[in-house]
Design a protein around this ligand. Structure first.
Ligand SMILES: Cc1cc2nc3c(=O)[nH]c(=O)nc-3n(C[C@H](O)[C@H](O)[C@H](O)COP(=O)(O)O)c2cc1C
Length: 429
């Protein structure tokens, strides 16, 4: 099956309503007003940005696939890479599991032989474990780029002081970054940090954490424009991303993350914030061709992918096939994994409830092929319906933090003990 279809006609400007309008309507009543100004619409349909320079790495198209646990495995990265250039980050791996050579962690850091650069995201709460994990990545030649995760908002992580809770303890944050940069620099491997704005509006950490990370030698700083409290609700605050860009030295790239659902949104983010590149998470779930649109937008082309239902089905099938490889030939496991992608791929396309339900229970490739053959392949691209928010959303969540966490930016002894637990049983942010 073939996966690609490109509409050679110049893309009409997106029919998506101005993002600000949509978000304003969806705004959570009574939520803290921390979303910044409404996202502006793009002023143009292409934009020119220099390649992204991360230490010795030159990323021609300044676009990054956001690390997403359970999503950005070798299969999905390959699918996305086939459409466009950029930096494709792995699912996160915890430093501790890596040091213990947990088989799942070893799978996560595996890259296809043709994947370059090999980018790995590490989650850690402890400088010593971080050092050991990064040393292993570097000495055993597993990575060309290392990203550090300081954005995870999941309560079971933050209640132990990990993820987006951690930059508040700024010295701990700095020692994890320092340990990573020190080990990675032995082989000239660039390190980046990815973080949120802070814990809540009263405890914003991104400006200080960004500055400290730059002082310690990171190659770039990525900011998801939400706080831990915002979780995935409302809209990302692009004004904060602009503020971070202004506050850091111009030679250190700042990457903007949050609510890019189409190439036009990426252009709007760059125009609004002045960032040097964009990081795309949920917008490419079920839409790997978004990286083709982004490459076009960043290289002066107005062409956009407008896949028919048949094209979508082909990509979906190919994704499933690639997952079989990712999971070492375990077809049942791969097909279980593809089920979570069904709603994303077929969002906005007229696919009946019964067929959707069957797809969400698919057992093997033969059954998948049979189910997909029931689709009307000629059904055209639905337009704006597929270019809006998808994936995780929800409402703001009360931050779950260790007791007394916000009393001081320094760790006390009890918190030092507690934080070790933050690394156990962690997945995704
Ligand atoms: C399913 C899922 C898994 C995620 N896993 C991670 C992760 O492992 N590491 C990380 O730094 N961020 C993770 N994120 C956050 C994304 O990288 C990104 O910052 C966030 O989705 C905002 O970007 P978006 O609006 O483009 O989706 C995850 C997000 C989702 C939806």
């Amino acid at each position: 099956m073939t996966a690609l279809s490109q509409n050679p006609a110049p893309a009409a400007p997106s029919q998506t309503p101005a993002p600000g309008v949509r978000h304003a309507r969806n705004r959570v009543i009574g939520a803290p007003s921390d979303e910044g100004s409404p996202h502006p619409p793009a002023r143009s349909s292409t934009i020119s940005l220099p390649p992204l320079q991360l230490g010795p790495l030159t990323i021609d198209v300044p676009v990054v696939l956001a690390p997403m646990a359970g999503i950005t495995n070798t299969a999905f990265r390959r699918l996305c890479r086939e459409y466009g250039g950029g930096l494709y980050v792995s699912e996160m791996v915890t430093a501790r599991a890596l040091v213990e050579r947990n088989p799942e962690s070893m799978r996560i850091i595996h890259h296809d032989p043709d994947e370059t650069p090999r980018s790995v995201q590490v989650y850690s709460v402890d400088p010593v474990t971080t050092r050991d994990a990064v040393r292993m990545l570097v000495e055993e030649d597993h990575a060309d780029h290392i990203d550090l995760n300081f954005g995870c908002p999941v309560p079971k992580v933050t209640k132990n002081g990990g993820g987006s809770a951690l930059p508040w303890k700024i010295d701990l944050f700095a020692s994890i970054v320092a340990a990573t940069v020190r080990e990675a620099s032995k082989k000239n491997i660039p390190v980046t940090v990815k973080m949120r704005r802070g814990i809540d509006e009263d405890h914003l950490t991104y400006l200080e954490a960004g500055r400290r990370a730059v002082d310690l030698g990171v190659a770039a700083v990525a900011l998801h424009g939400r706080t831990m409290q915002q979780h995935y609700s409302g809209q990302a605050n692009w004004d904060s991303i602009a503020r971070l860009r202004e506050s850091l030295p111009a030679e250190v790239p700042v990457l903007g993350n949050g609510d890019i659902w189409s190439a036009e949104h990426a252009i709007a983010m760059v125009e609004h914030t002045g960032v040097n590149g964009v990081v795309i998470g949920r917008g490419c779930q079920g839409r790997p061709w978004l990286f083709g649109d982004l490459q076009n937008a960043f290289t002066g082309s107005t062409e956009r992918y407008r896949p028919s239902l048949g094209d979508v089905a082909d990509s979906f099938y190919r994704h499933a096939e690639l997952l079989v490889d990712t999971f070492g030939g375990d077809e049942a496991k791969a097909l279980r994994d593809i089920r979570k992608h069904v709603a994303w791929y077929f969002k906005g396309y007229p696919v009946g409830g019964e067929l959707r339900a069957s797809l969400a229970q698919v057992m093997d490739l033969a059954m998948l092929e049979d189910l997909l053959s029931q689709l009307d392949r000629e059904t055209p691209y639905p337009g704006a319906d597929v270019e809006g928010p998808r994936g995780r959303a929800g409402s703001p969540k009360r931050p779950h933090l260790p007791q007394g966490w916000l009393d001081s930016q320094e760790l006390n002894e009890r918190q030092r003990e507690l934080i070790k637990a933050a690394e156990l049983d962690v997945s995704g942010g």
